[in-house]
Design a protein. Structure first.
Length: 408
C-alpha cells in the first residue's frame, strides 16, 4: 500500500520492511495532491537493505517505462530523470512549494483562447515615423479618414489645408458618391431597351452645368494674386504645394483634389498591407541628388544591384552605383547637367527635353528602371528604341533636375 504510514511500528533488525509499490510521476493523477511522507528509511540499518531498496526502485521504473514510453509530463515540461521521483529521503516538504506547484499546474492548464491576440505589424512599420513636411505634427490625413499620416501624399499641411477641412471634404465626397449611385440605380430602373440609348435628363443637365462652370474660368491672374503666389513660393519653397486657386475652373480644381485624395487613400492601403516595401530582394531606398527616396515596387535592376537594398544614382545621367564613394567619384567627373536630346519647351526654370530612345538607349533604359520603382504595372524596360521620351526638369545653378517624364 502506498498510503502514508501514520504510526510507524518499531521494526527489529531481522524484520526489514520495504514499500513494495512506488508511485512515479507518470502514474500520478493530474490533479494536485498533498505531499506524502514516507518514513521508511528511518528504520534501515544495514547496507544490504539499502541496496535491495534500490533494486526495487529500478524495477518499478523499468515497468513504468514499458507501459508508457513517453516521458512523464510536469507542469513545466518533461519530467527529469528517475531521481526526481517522489523523494523518500526528505519527508518534510514545505507547504509553500506545494502551493507553487499547484499554481503552476493551474496556469499551464488554463485556457488562453479568451485573450486577444497580439497585433502583428509588418517588419517595415515604424512607430517613430513622422511626416517629412516641416512644421507638421503628423495629425490628420488628406483623405479625412485617418487620424495620422506619415508621407507628403497624405499631409494636409503640405496641401495648404487643415485636418478639419480634409474631414469636411471627405464628407462632401461621400455624400456626392451616394447621390450619384442612387441616380444610377434610378436610371437603370427606367431603362428597358438596350438599343439607341440617349442621355438621360439628369446627364444632360450635368453636362450643361459643367460647361457653364468651365466658362467661368479666369483668363489670368491679377497682380495681387501673382504677388500672393510669389510670396507663398518664397516662404515655403518646395515644402508646400503651390497655390492652385484661380488657375483653372472650380470644377476642374475639385476634380484634381478628388484624384489627389483617392491616390493618397490607395497609398495608405498599400502601406497598411505592407506591400509598399515588401520583398526580400528589393531596393528599399535610392539616393537621388539631394534626396533619399523610399521605393514602392520592384524594378528589374541587375541582381548584384537589386540585392543591396540601397542604390545610389546620378540625377543627371541616371547611372546607378553600389556605394556612396563610387557616386562621389562619379559626380566629380560627370559632365552631364541636363538630359540628352533637344530642349523643346522652357518657361522660367521648367524645361522639357525630347530624348530619342534609339540615340540615347542607356539613358532611356535607366529612366524606365527608375520609373518602375514607383509604378506597379509597367512593361517597358529595355526595348526603348521605338519610343520618344519627354523629360521635364527644373533648373537651378547646379543643373536641370529631373521631375518626371512620359513616353510615346
Amino acid at each position: 500500500d502506498s498510503s502514508p504510514v501514520r504510526s510507524a511500528a518499531p521494526f527489529g533488525p531481522d524484520e526489514p520492511v520495504y514499500s513494495t509499490r512506488r508511485v512515479t510521476r507518470s502514474q500520478q493523477q493530474p490533479a494536485p495532491v498533498t505531499p506524502k511522507k514516507y518514513p521508511l528509511r528511518q528504520t534501515r540499518s544495514s547496507g544490504s537493505e539499502t541496496e535491495q531498496a534500490v533494486d526495487f526502485s529500478d524495477r518499478d521504473t523499468k515497468n513504468a517505462a514499458e507501459h508508457d514510453e513517453s516521458p512523464p509530463r510536469t507542469p513545466t515540461g518533461n519530467a527529469p530523470s528517475s531521481e526526481s521521483d517522489i523523494d523518500i529521503s526528505s519527508p518534510n516538504v514545505s507547504h509553500d512549494e506545494s502551493l507553487a506547484k499547484d499554481m503552476s499546474m493551474k496556469d499551464s492548464g488554463s485556457d488562453l483562447s479568451h485573450r486577444p491576440k497580439r497585433r502583428r505589424f509588418h517588419e517595415s512599420y515604424n512607430f517613430n515615423m513622422k511626416c517629412p513636411t516641416p512644421g507638421c505634427n503628423s495629425l490628420g490625413h488628406l483623405t479625412g479618414k485617418h487620424e495620422r499620416h506619415f508621407s507628403i501624399s497624405g499631409c494636409p499641411l503640405y496641401h495648404n489645408l487643415s485636418a478639419d477641412e480634409c474631414k469636411v471634404r471627405a464628407q462632401s465626397r461621400d455624400k456626392q458618391i451616394e447621390e450619384r449611385m442612387l441616380a444610377h440605380r434610378q436610371d437603370d430602373n427606367n431603362r428597358h431597351a438596350t438599343r439607341h440609348q440617349a442621355p438621360t435628363e439628369r446627364q444632360l443637365r450635368y453636362k450643361e452645368k459643367v460647361a457653364e462652370l468651365r466658362k467661368k474660368r479666369n483668363s489670368g491672374l491679377s497682380k495681387e494674386q501673382k504677388e500672393k503666389y510669389m510670396e507663398h513660393r518664397q516662404t515655403y519653397g518646395n515644402t508646400r504645394e503651390p497655390l492652385l486657386e484661380n488657375l483653372t475652373s472650380e470644377y476642374d480644381l475639385e476634380l484634381f483634389r478628388r484624384a489627389q485624395a483617392r491616390a493618397s487613400e490607395d497609398l495608405e492601403k498599400l502601406r497598411l498591407q505592407g506591400q509598399i516595401t515588401e520583398g526580400s530582394n528589393m531596393i528599399k531606398t535610392i539616393a537621388f541628388g539631394r534626396y533619399e527616396l523610399d521605393t514602392w515596387y520592384h524594378s528589374p535592376y541587375p541582381e548584384e544591384y537589386a540585392r543591396l537594398g540601397r542604390l545610389y544614382m546620378c540625377e543627371f545621367c541616371l547611372k546607378y552605383m553600389k556605394s556612396q564613394t563610387i557616386l562621389r567619384r562619379h559626380m566629380a567627373k560627370c559632365v552631364w547637367k541636363h538630359p540628352p536630346g533637344d530642349e523643346i519647351y522652357r518657361k522660367g526654370s521648367i524645361s522639357v527635353f525630347e530624348v530619342d530612345g534609339k540615340k540615347n538607349k542607356i539613358y532611356c533604359q535607366n529612366l524606365c528602371l527608375l520609373a518602375k520603382l514607383f509604378l506597379d504595372h509597367k512593361t517597358l524596360y529595355y526595348d526603348v528604341e521605338p519610343f520618344l521620351f519627354y523629360v521635364m526638369t527644373e533648373a537651378d545653378n547646379t543643373g536641370c533636375h529631373l521631375i518626371g517624364y512620359f513616353s510615346k
